[in-house]
Design a protein around this ligand. Sequence first.
Ligand code: UDP
Length: 482
Amino acid sequence: MRKLLIILGVPIDNLTMDEALNRIEEFIEIGRKTGKTHQIATVNADFAVKASHDPELRYLLQESDMATADGMPLVWGARLLGMPVPERVTGADMVPALAERAAKKGYTVYMLGAAPGIAVRAAEILTNRHPGLQVVGTVSPPYGSILEMDRAIIDDIKEKRPDILLVALGNPKQEKWIGMYGREVGSPVAIGIGGTLDFIAGQTKRAPEWMQKSGTEWIYRLFQEPKRMWKRYVNDLVGFSSFFTRQWLLMRQGGNQQPVLPKSDLIVFENKAIISLEGRIDFNNYTNVTQKGQLALQETPFLDFDLTNATFLDSSAMGALVALAKQARDGGGDLRLINVPPIIYRALKLLKLDRFFDIIAAGDNDKATESDTADQPKSEKTANKWLVVPIPKRFDATTSSEILELCSQKLGENPNMILDFAETKFLASAGLAIMAQLNRTAQDKNGAIRLANCSPDVTRVIEMVKFNTIFPMFSDIPAAMR
Ligand code: UDP
């Protein structure tokens, strides 16, 4: 079971490089059998800061199958929060180590990204170092938006179906690319590796080991690329330290209480498990929650955690809930939090997990039933000349083709459509690509597409790609119909 810690809303796996590599081997075995793509991210302070402004990136990291601590600030942060992470697990170290295992075990590798010629050189260097390593493809796509990615590249990866897909497009582009196309290409493992191919190819030099270990590698990179890096580092320093300080102060509030061994009752009925937590859950006792959750997941993927009597959850306890939620969602269910006390709600909100979990008040059964079915597109309503199509809870690669099919068909009947985002928690690049496609279809038929009821996160994702200049946005359906 994963041991996760939440820093700045991003889950970090508490593991060593060796454990990470072993887990990747497990992912390859599972993926080969089931066709599932496992998304892996190597997280540094820059990721964490970006994720605090970018809901799509944050959600992708929260839902990733493995997120390692790539940067020393994450390792220090984890230690300050009372959860000792054993070491840095960087992409730059992981890829060469993985190449060695791949050569031994016969895993195929595909390299996507970096400037022209870099991936080819990196592949040559790695195959010389590890004879038998099979690099089945290297592609350097032109820089630009992932919404306009060349289909031929996707088809090539799909055809070769590598065991390990290394995506070197920089963060957050690589994470969004994997979120958008990972399912389609079907590689068991897809890893966002940033500038790792440049390091392997010798295009950029890595700092000496003592600098890597002491957390001063950034100074070395700053001297190598001062123009590009100084802004990033100032931004990261300010963003990371201010957000982290808020998290640390909040977590300390809970530190005044005496740790109580949680009494977690587990009841299973009608395909739903309810686990009641009591007292303070932290690094000392969170495994109790994990174990109860695991037991429940053997019975059903629908878990409710009743927090009525919980007094505090630290970063590792929240990490345990995120890991269980991920497992429940992978199994077709979900994890909800019931009756969350104010102090815990404040911490969830600060770490932006209030949008990750369904949080409901006890007895709020209407809402509960609604959220159970919120993943399927529902039937549309027509009023005046507008056709209203409710968008489901997530508009990403898991739902995009279904929504495209439904909306394309409806646009044939009526080219004026309102997409109702009232239920939508997560809008990703795959959804944005469908919206652009629907807009073209509507315009070809002299119609229009309007958006209504967008949450702040959905609005932010739309604004980040400037789609608010294409789609008129309205606060609710009546306003959109006017
Ligand atoms: N890159 C790319 N396409 C893009 C943006 C970046 O192939 O649209 C490559 C870039 O050439 C480099 C890698 O992505 O090899 C990592 O970029 P960056 O240095 O920004 O990432 P970092 O590791 O510093 O986050």
